[in-house]
Design a protein around this ligand. Structure first.
Ligand SMILES: [Zn+2]
Ligand SMILES: [Zn+2]
Length: 221
């Protein structure tokens, strides 16, 4: 069994985890609904590694709606937090308010047993299991769902502002702080022209050397 975050070593849910929720109050009557709000500390590595993410232990505001359905509990919710990263253009640190929406079905373990007996293909069953989440002792662990939702809600290429001009490609100076910054383009063009002039001179020398085949002709006669 794949160990999931929020689980203790014995394989059961860690009820001390702020991302484990108890559904007992909801009951099993289909249609029953319960709203929950909780501020949890963000788990480690919540975000896109090396790009942007919610710092560990930063406050994570969770707003959940639990709905009892036939096979389990349908969880719909929103997580709000402040992510930190750096601008891909100018490399300055930035913060971003992130709001991640999610919806996930947590099935009763016994609902799974009923499905298992109906499933003919064992391969399909295994694939199915990996994508599914189950209630354990009437509780569920939101962490894997939260991780996917937060990653999807974050930009892959965060920018400090949409108009960020980034860094000068010549010297690396931050262009937003130095709006008049430029390099003398004429210098670069002049250097290119000088290089071209040298090439032409070399070419002329080659043409002069081209007189030799005529000498060979004379020798043949
Ligand atoms: Zn920037
Ligand atoms: Zn520059």
């Amino acid at each position: 069994m794949i160990s999931k975050a929020g689980k203790a070593l014995n394989g059961h849910l860690d009820h001390r985890s702020p991302l484990v929720f108890d559904t007992r109050e909801l009951g099993r009557r289909p249609g029953a609904m319960k709203r929950l709000t909780r501020t949890a500390e963000a788990p480690k590595d919540l975000g896109i590694d090396g790009v942007i993410g919610v710092p560990e232990n930063a406050p994570l505001a969770l707003d959940l709606r639990l709905e009892s359905v036939m096979e389990g509990v349908l969880v719909t919710g929103t997580a709000r937090a402040t992510a930190e990263g750096e601008c891909v253009r100018c490399l300055e640190p930035l913060t971003l308010e992130v709001e991640a929406d999610f919806q996930e079905m947590f099935s009763y373990p016994d609902a799974d047993d009923r499905n298992r007996s109906r499933t003919a293909d064992p391969v399909d069953d295994a694939e199915d299991d990996e994508d599914r989440f189950f209630l354990e002792d009437d509780s569920f662990d939101l962490e894997p769902v939260l991780r996917d939702a937060v990653v999807l809600a974050l930009p892959l290429q965060p920018v400090c502002k949409e108009t960020c001009a980034g860094l000068c490609s010549e010297c690396g100076i931050r262009l937003d702080e130095n709006p008049d910054h430029h390099h003398d383009v004429a210098d670069i063009r002049w250097a290119a022209l000088q290089g071209l002039a040298e090439t032409v001179q070399d070419g002329e020398k080659d043409n002069m050397g081209g007189a030799e085949p005529g000498v060979d002709e004379k020798q043949e006669k």
